[in-house]
Design a protein around this ligand. Structure first.
Ligand SMILES: [Zn+2]
Length: 309
């Protein structure tokens, strides 16, 4: 015999409530109660800074292993004058720590020259040590990730550059910003004059593979400039080269170049010093003098970033 079972509506109600709790309320409660779990999953930067680093000391042709923060002290002491404001030195410490960590994470060996960051082990002032200690372990983050390309340079003469206008990579935090306060900046204006034939000789030597044809006063012309005001392209003879290439060919302080040409001579005037991408050190010092904190300095020159912790 077949008994038809009667379904109890109370059972259905209990079932529906159980499913609601399982599918909706439990996940919702866990997000509300443990938001950090989700945040951590969204941020690949786990805050891991190595205790020690190995640095290749070029002159001695050997590597030394030193505490990471001691390395940062030696970098800040070498990369920024310790006459600079404390907040500027702190900004430099965070930028240098971030850049070093980026290279370590990328598996690059660290050396003590401009190839990585200049480092020395002696003559480190208390002021520099304090700036590093006060920011111990702090790095720059963009969208939760290490802002690994925290580049810096000496002075901008007014405006920094978009990364992609100078180097190959595009990074959202390396964008052109104003750099209004650069008191006492060295290399504000450098001028050199040479004959057209001396100029042509230097260019041909720097680019032996390019055929420039005849180089004369009528075919030397700046074709375009970047957002930050540096030369993007310049025509020389029958070729067009980048401002960065011209800068290195003539060993100029920056690619923010003005050119005036007459029949016999060329005069090149540069303003600012360095590649122009990221933090202007003189600009950082100027902002510090105006009362800005290292966090404000860093978030200005590295747009959209924040200091960890
Ligand atoms: Zn290196």
């Amino acid at each position: 015999m077949f008994h038809r079972r009667k379904i109890d509506p109370r059972h259905i109600a209990v079932y529906v409530i159980c499913m609601l709790v399982l599918i909706v309320l439990l996940p919702y409660a866990s997000i509300k109660l443990f938001p950090r779990i989700l945040e951590k999953e969204a941020t690949p930067y786990g805050g891991k800074i190595p205790e020690t680093v190995e640095i290749y000391i070029t002159k001695q042709d050997k590597s030394v292993t030193i505490p990471f923060e001691e390395y940062i002290q030696g970098v800040v002491a070498s990369e920024m004058p310790d006459s600079f404001e404390e907040e500027a030195l702190k900004a430099q410490a965070v930028a240098s720590r971030t850049y070093a960590l980026g290279r370590i994470n990328a598996g690059t060996d660290l050396c003590d020259t401009v190839h990585c960051q200049v480092y020395r082990s002696d003559n480190i002032s208390k002021k520099v040590k304090d700036a590093v200690n006060d920011t111990k372990g702090q790095v720059l983050l963009y969208d939760g990730n290490l802002a690994a390309h925290a580049l810096f340079f000496s002075s901008s003469a007014g405006k920094t550059e978009n990364s992609q206008d100078v180097f190959s990579g595009t990074f959202p935090y390396l964008v052109s910003v104003s750099s209004s306060y650069e008191p006492g900046a060295t290399h504000k204006k450098e001028t050199q004059t040479m004959t057209i034939s001396q100029f042509a000789e230097k260019i041909r030597t720097a680019f032996p593979k390019l055929n420039f044809g005849e180089i004369n006063s009528s075919n030397i012309e700046i074709k375009s400039r970047s957002e930050g005001g540096r030369v993007s392209e310049i025509q020389i003879g029958s070729q067009t080269i980048s401002g960065t290439d011209l800068r290195s060919a003539l060993d100029l302080y920056s690619a923010r170049i003005k050119i005036s040409v007459n029949r016999k001579e060329i005069t090149l005037t540069t303003s600012g010093s360095g590649h122009g991408v990221g933090m202007s050190q003189y600009g950082a010092n100027g902002m510090a003098k105006k009362g800005k904190s290292y966090r404000e300095i860093l978030s200005h020159y590295y747009q959209g970033t924040e200091v960890s912790r």
